[in-house]
Ligand binder design. Sequence first.
Ligand code: ZN
Length: 160
Amino acid sequence: MQIADRNVVSFHYTLTDDQGAVIDSSEGREPLAYIHGEGHIVPGLEKELAGKQAGDKFKVDVAPEEGYGPRHDELIQVVPRAAFQGVEDLQVGMQFQGRNDQGSINVTVSKIEGDNVTVDGNHPLAGQTLHFDVEITHVREATDDEMAHGHVHGEGGHHH
Ligand code: ZN
């Protein structure tokens, strides 16, 4: 059956960056399962999966606009180290929940210079072209429960 909306699609994937370094992979794990047409995976990959079927393998390059979006400089802020009271060993790469006009966002510490700490609210993969290597393992109809819950049940999904 060809992948269409309301299908549960299971697939193995390896995601690499422009340099070919592996960012994420399902290798050695259960395949990832998602409900097609619900925007649960990046748009560029979902679009490419449409119409394919179990057993298909493909590679796709997803531009930032169809991936995790472009980087926004205004999401980068410098805050005083005093804002991290209670954090013993502040280091680049640490993630915190921050606040801005839109509510709470996850930020990553990207630079520490003396008392100045730079935090970045961009998604770590924002601005990057994503290189996916995909193998579709299974396609089936979503159940009514899955559509109501908005997630996959069973293998690769929720167990409850
Ligand atoms: Zn559920």
